[in-house]
Ligand binder design. Structure first.
Ligand code: AMP
Length: 404
């Protein structure tokens, strides 16, 4: 069986999925797993295609001290115990910089170029690149593909791509990139099957998970995003504040004596729903809480989504559909209802029964703008890109490069 391995590596976890390649290039998820607690309490957990557990084992810290070691452990488990020898590996890479507007087959030159973007995403890019480097060293013939969170947004025009700062900084890479691009691309590909006419129109997609952003799409292409230079801007998130006056950062430095790394930790870990509520970064816990600050955090979340929807509708000069996706967007009928309330002025009306059922379309049939719930699948998007680059690259039968 030909398989594709998809890898999503972060600072303390390596998530992976294995897809089998079936007839006509169809992909089927076979295994979903992760090693988390890297460098603290490493643990490998994995499930089969139906979500049944197939591994749950702990390792001593010394055995999995860092991301390359975690990749090695996961790879060994797949090869030695499950006899899985992928024909290619697809990686989620957060930053493709100004140049990469699509996935790319990796070689040493590509890795060197992607290393230049570490300064643009210091918390993510090094961890994304670590397993790429270790696979390149250990299995040089195994094709690897980098899929970028920024690539889908490279269709932005200059107005959406700039900050009002001196041009030199833009030239250096200080731009409004936008993220969650693999999720938006998946939705853009799914929409023609769900609502063919809408897919050709002006759509706002709200990716509401622990990270949250919204994308304005016109004819399936990104024209504007709530995120910018980093994944901090835009909507409030689990632990990130979203839009914040840069003056607040100056205040933290000058009045609170915080260093750059203190501020970074604060903005990535202590703000957002967690900071505002003082209860949790997890929407389920906020919904279940009777604390007034948890209610404030939920109100703020819905309010800011409404505000940003107005901005994106202006970028699109109108709106033909609104789509919810990701953990909160797919699962929380309460938050969807609160957001739709905020969108009432645009002519959106909710069908509460369809919303409670998590139906594909949750707006009433007479709603001026239809509202959809579309589950996203970034890993499948990576697997598809990987297979398609593998099939179109010059040379070789991929089976010849299988690692044994
Ligand atoms: P993600 O990052 O896409 O996995 O989404 C994680 C977020 O989705 C967390 O804030 C979860 O609390 C939230 N979430 C998942 N399921 C539900 C649910 N049934 N109701 C409310 N929030 C949920």
């Amino acid at each position: 069986m030909d398989t594709i391995l998809v890898v999503n590596a972060g600072s303390s976890s390596v998530k992976f999925q294995v897809y089998s390649v079936e007839g006509e290039g169809k992909l089927r998820r076979q295994i979903k797993g992760q090693i988390d607690g890297i460098g603290s309490r490493p643990r490998l957990r994995a499930g089969d295609a139906n979500g049944n557990p197939i591994a749950d084992r702990a390792y001593p810290i010394e055995a999995v001290p860092d991301v390359p070691a975690a990749m090695g452990t996961a790879g060994e488990w797949l090869r030695d115990e499950l006899r899985i020898h992928p024909i290619a590996v697809g990686h989620r890479v957060v930053h493709g910089g100004p140049e990469y507007d699509r996935p790319v087959l990796i070689d040493h030159g590509v890795v060197a170029r992607l290393e230049r973007f570490v300064m643009l995403a210091p918390l993510h890019q090094p961890h994304n690149l670590a397993p790429i480097r270790s696979i390149l060293a250990g299995f040089p013939a195994l094709p690897q593909v980098a899929c970028f969170d920024t690539a889908f947004h490279r269709t932005h025009g200059p107005l959406a791509d700039h900050y009002a700062i001196p041009h030199q900084l833009h030239a250096e890479g200080v731009r409004r990139y936008g993220f969650h691009g693999l999720s938006y691309e998946y939705i853009a590909n799914a929409l023609p099957q769900i609502a063919p006419d809408i897919a050709k129109g002006r759509v706002i997609v709200a990716h509401l998970g622990s990270g949250a952003s919204m994308c304005a799409m016109s004819r399936g292409q990104s024209v504007e995003s709530t995120m910018g230079f980093t994944a901090l801007d835009g909507l409030p998130m689990g632990t990130r504040p979203g839009q914040l006056d840069p003056g607040v950062v100056l205040y933290l430095i000058s009045e609170k004596g915080m260093s750059a790394s203190n501020v970074q930790d604060f903005l990535y870990r202590d703000c957002g729903l967690k900071g505002l509520s003082g209860v949790s970064n997890d929407m389920r816990e906020l919904e279940a809480s009777s604390d007034a600050k948890a209610k404030l955090a939920i109100d703020y979340f819905a309010y800011r989504i409404g505000l940003n929807a107005g901005m994106l509708a202006a970028a699109l000069q109108g709106l033909d559909a609104f789509v919810f996706t990701a953990g909160i967007g797919e699962n929380s009928a309460t938050i969807r209802a609160r957001v739709v309330e905020q969108l009432g002025w645009l002519g959106v009306t909710l069908d509460p029964a369809e919303n409670a059922r998590h139906s594909k379309q949750i707006s009433r049939s007479d709603s001026r703008i239809p509202v959809y719930v579309v589950p996203t699948d970034e890993e499948l998007m990576i697997a598809k890109h990987t297979l398609s680059l593998l099939m179109t690259r010059p040379s070789t039968n991929p089976r010849q490069e299988r690692v044994s």
